[in-house]
Design a protein around this ligand. Structure first.
Ligand code: SF4
Length: 486
C-alpha cells in the first residue's frame, strides 16, 4: 500500500497543499514520504525515510516552491526500506523530466526491464516504479501524455500513479483500477496562500485548484470538492487554468481491491459512492446474521474493527462496548515490515479494560486475520484480563492466497488460512468460536455485484495473471533483481 496525492494550485505553493493531503493518507504507508514540485520550468524532489510530519516539516516545505506538486507515502512489499526506494522517483532524461508516485505493484517487471535499453544499470532504485518512470521518461514520444499512452498498455498489474512534469500533474489508473484515485477541485477562495511570496500569475487567470488523492479523505483536509474517480484505464491531465482533460489508454475492466473497502482505506473515505464506515457497519450486520452467538458484549479490535462491531451489535441486539484501548502512537501491526517488529507491536498497541472484560462472554470483531499471530496475542490479552469466553468474528473471509497487487500478503505459507481450516485457526488463536463473513455477505453489505471487485486473496481468481510459481512457491520477479513495492 502507498498513498499518492497531486496538486495544481495556481498562484500559490502546491507543496503545502500536497503535504496536507498526504497527511490524510498516512495510514497507507509509514516508511517514507516525499514531494516533487515544479514551478513551470524545473522539477525538484525532497524525500526521506520516516513519517510525513517528520519528513515534510516547516523547515523543508518553504524551500519547495512551485504551483505543481505530487506526493507519496510508502509502504514496501518486498523492496527494502532505503532512501533510494522512497518516492516520488525523479528522472531527468534527454527528452523530459518526470517525477512519479505509485500506489500498486507491477507483475511483469522482467518483461518491462527487457524493454529498457541498458537494463538494470540504468536504474537508481530497485523498485518497479523506478523502472516505469525510466520507460516513460526515455520514450521517444514528443509529449509525456503520448509516452504514457504508448508505455502503459505494456504494463501489467496494479498502478494508481501521480505524475509530474514541468507543466502538468497527471493521474493514471490501471485498467482494473485495483487501487483508488480521485479528482478534486479546490475553489479559488479556498486556496490558502502558503504565507510566502505569491507565485507569478496574471490577474484574471483562473485560480481554481485541482488535486488527485488516493482517497476522498485527502480531499476533505485541503478543502477540495470531490469531482470524480479517475476511471480504470484513464489518464487525467491537470493544468493551471484548464478543466481536467481525459485521455483513455485502455478499456476499463474494473476490479477494485475489496480489501480497500474492508480494511485499508479510512472509514471517512468514500468509494463507489459509498461511505466506508457505513459499508463496514453493514459487513458487521452480515457477520451477525451468518455467525450468531450468545454473548454479553460486542467489542471491536480498535480502530479498524469498530464499524463492523457496531453493525454486529446492532443486528444481534448484544450491547456494544469498548474493551481494548489502543495506543494511537503505535503503527498498524500488519503494516510493519519485519515479523519481530510485528510481534512486539501487539503488546505495545493494545491494553484491555479489565472492568469491562472480566467475567464477560465477549464477541470480539476484527477486520481480518492474516498470519494469526496478532489475533492470538489479542485473545490471550483478553483471557488474562478475565474474559469468560472469547467469540471471534471477522469481517473479511479467510485469506487463502497471496496478493500481487500491492498488499503485503505475498508469501502463501505465512497465511494461516492456507495451512489450517477454520477449526484449526480457532485452536491456534485460542478463541471459543470463530466465524468469518462470506463473500456473499460482503456483497450484500455493498449492494454491488461481484464483477467489479478483486477478491483474489479470498477466492484465488486473479484478474491479472501473476508471476508466481505456486508449485515452487517462488516469485519470478525476484530473478529480475527488481523488487516490487507497495
Ligand atoms: S488479491 Fe486481495 S488484497 Fe490483493 S488486490 Fe485482490 S482483493 Fe485486494
Amino acid at each position: 500500500m502507498c498513498g499518492v496525492f497531486g496538486a495544481v494550485t495556481p498562484g500559490t505553493d502546491a507543496a503545502h497543499v500536497a503535504a496536507f493531503g498526504l497527511f490524510a493518507l498516512q495510514h497507507r504507508g509509514q516508511e517514507s514520504a516525499g514531494i516533487a514540485v515544479s514551478d513551470g520550468e524545473q522539477l525538484m524532489v525532497y524525500k526521506d525515510l520516516g513519517l510525513i510530519g517528520q519528513v515534510l516539516d516547516d523547515r523543508r516545505l518553504p524551500s519547495l516552491r512551485g504551483h505543481l506538486a505530487v506526493a507519496h507515502c510508502r509502504y514496501s512489499t518486498t523492496g527494502s526500506t532505503k532512501w533510494e526506494n522512497a518516492q516520488p522517483t525523479l528522472r531527468i532524461g534527454p527528452r523530459r523530466a518526470l517525477a512519479v508516485g505509485h500506489n500498486g505493484n507491477l507483475v511483469n517487471t522482467r518483461d518491462l526491464l527487457a524493454r529498457l535499453p541498458g537494463g538494470r544499470s540504468r536504474l537508481a532504485a530497485t523498485t518497479d516504479t523506478d523502472l516505469l518512470t525510466a520507460l516513460v521518461a526515455d520514450h521517444s514520444a514528443a509529449d509525456v501524455v503520448d509516452a504514457l499512452v504508448e508505455v502503459l498498455p505494456t504494463v501489467r498489474g496494479a498502478y494508481s500513479l501521480v505524475v509530474l512534469d514541468e507543466r502538468r500533474v497527471i493521474g493514471v489508473r490501471d485498467p482494473h483500477g485495483f487501487r483508488p484515485l480521485v479528482v478534486g477541485r479546490i475553489p479559488p477562495e479556498m486556496l490558502d496562500p502558503s504565507g510566502q511570496e505569491p507565485l507569478g500569475l496574471v490577474d484574471d487567470a483562473d485560480r481554481t485548484g485541482w488535486v488527485l488523492s488516493s482517497e476522498t479523505a485527502g480531499l476533505d483536509i485541503v478543502g477540495a470538492e470531490y469531482v470524480r474517480d479517475v476511471e480504470p484505464g484513464e489518464i487525467v491531465v491537470l493544468e493551471p487554468g484548464r478543466e481536467p482533460r481525459s485521455v483513455r489508454f485502455a478499456e476499463p475492466h474494473p476490479h477494485l481491491c475489496v480489501f480497500e473497502l474492508i480494511y485499508f482505506a479510512r472509514p471517512d473515505s468514500y468509494m463507489l459512492g459509498r461511505n466506508l464506515y457505513e459499508v463496514r457497519r453493514r459487513m458487521g450486520m452480515s457477520l451477525a446474521r451468518e455467525h450468531p452467538t450468545d454473548a454479553d458484549l460486542v467489542m471491536p479490535v480498535p480502530d479498524t474493527g469498530s464499524p463492523a462491531a457496531a453493525g454486529y451489535a446492532e443486528a444481534s441486539g448484544i450491547p456494544y462496548r469498548e474493551g481494548l484501548v489502543k495506543n494511537r502512537y503505535a503503527g498498524r501491526t500488519f503494516i510493519q515490515p519485519s515479523p519481530s517488529l510485528r510481534q512486539r507491536g501487539v503488546a505495545v498497541k493494545l491494553n484491555p479494560l479489565r472492568e469491562v472484560v472480566r467475567g464477560r462472554r465477549l464477541v470480539v470483531v476484527d477486520d481480518s486475520i492474516v498470519r494469526g499471530t496478532t489475533t492470538r496475542a489479542i485473545v490471550s490479552l483478553l483471557r488474562r484480563a478475565g474474559a469468560a469466553e472469547v467469540h471471534l468474528r471477522v469481517s473479511a473471509p479467510p485469506i487463502y492466497h497471496p496478493c500481487f497487487y500491492g498488499i503485503d500478503t505475498q508469501i502463501e505459507t505465512e497465511l494461516i488460512a492456507s495451512r489450517l481450516d477454520v477449526d484449526g485457526i480457532r485452536d491456534f488463536v485460542g478463541a471459543d468460536s470463530l466465524g468469518y463473513v462470506s463473500i456473499e455477505g460482503i456483497l450484500s453489505a455493498l449492494d454491488l455485484p461481484y464483477g467489479g471487485f478483486c477478491f483474489a486473496c479470498f477466492d484465488g481468481r486473479y484478474p491479472e495473471p501473476v508471476p508466481y510459481d505456486a508449485a515452487s512457491r517462488k516469485f519470478v520477479l525476484e530473478e529480475a533483481g527488481v523488487h516490487a513495492h507497495g
